[in-house]
Design a protein around this ligand. Structure first.
Ligand code: MBD
Ligand code: FE
Length: 291
């Protein structure tokens, strides 16, 4: 495995991802805020008071010094300047929110969305090839399966959205210089609820190391790796949308993902593709009905 943090071109690209992630998120939330209701003052009071108390208790318990307090203040300011609040929150907190949100589900496991989703990727039928550059590096991967309800009913016309990083760990529309929809697509399941996605096997991934999050990782002696992963959103009218990620067995970071987003049910079982190049992997998505 190569350490990409010493490549300056790579580093410069990573720096832009934070600012783009913040801007895209703010656009989405502005649209959501226009639709949402009044603020629940009692709930905000309860949660905000608890956050403040938890941190105060920690400061007293750990006898945090002014030097440490000022280091924290400096770092928090930098997280904002680098546009890395989406990255920080999604890497270190989103997994708990997802755990709470999806505890009731009986269908396929979800996991975190992370900072790099975009809606509206190109529709590629039920068995199309993901948009990629002519010289896109990576092993061909056929990802085939069915979408169905927890009661076994095949879901015809379900949407399977996939997004993943390129071989260097870049997501299109976040890192600059990539075709608009590179390695992003939407498949619509056929009359049997089936899909066949033609893409490339993603590589192990490091979160951007050149901003505030990277600074924390280095100062704490942590690592920046996530296992190789593909992100999905799977949806059908009348069913709960699944946001998930799938992983490959044997990845050295399946057991210490920086984002704590791996679950045993999310490990794939790729095999040599009997009908073509590269690998084939079969995986079905099972959706819970909306309550
Ligand atoms: C990613 O690609 C990702 O999936 C997560 C969860 C955090 C940072 C970058
Ligand atoms: Fe990712």
């Amino acid at each position: 495995m190569t350490d990409i943090s010493f490549d300056t071109e790579v580093t410069a690209k990573a720096a832009e991802s934070g600012a783009n992630a913040s801007a895209r998120f703010q656009e989405r939330m502005a649209a959501a805020a226009a639709r949402s209701g009044a603020i629940d003052t009692a709930r905000v009071d309860h949660l905000a008071s608890k956050v403040v108390k938890t941190i105060n208790d920690m400061i007293v318990e750990e006898k945090v010094t002014y030097e440490e307090y000022n280091a924290l203040k400096t770092w928090l300011i930098k997280v904002g300047e680098d546009g890395e609040w989406p990255l920080f929150l999604d890497v270190w907190l989103e997994h708990s929110v997802e755990e709470v949100a999806n505890a009731h589900r009986k269908g396929s496991k979800g996991t975190i969305e992370g900072p790099y989703y975009l809606g509206g990727s190109p529709e590629l039928g039920w068995n199309g090839t993901i948009p990629m550059r002519d010289d896109e590096p990576g092993t061909p991967l056929l990802f085939a399966g069915q979408t169905r309800a927890v009661d076994g009913t095949p879901l015809v016309g379900a949407k399977v959205e996939l997004w993943h990083a390129d071989d260097l760990g870049f997501y299109s529309q976040f890192a600059p210089g990539l075709p608009e929809w590179n390695l992003r697509g939407t498949w619509v399941t056929n009359e049997d609820g089936r899909f066949e996605i033609h893409t490339l096997r993603p590589a192990p991934y490091q979160i951007p190391t050149d901003g505030a999050c990277g600074q924390l990782i280095e100062a704490a002696g942590w690592h920046a790796w996530r296992p190789a992963h593909m992100h999905f959103k799977v949806s059908a009218p009348g069913y709960e949308l699944i946001t998930t990620q799938l992983y490959f067995p044997g990845d050295p970071h399946n057991n210490d993902d920086i984002a704590s987003a791996v679950k045993p049910e999310l490990l794939l079982d790729p095999q040599p593709n009997p009908d073509g190049e590269g690998v084939r992997v079969d995986y079905d998505f099972v959706l819970d009905p909306e309550s």
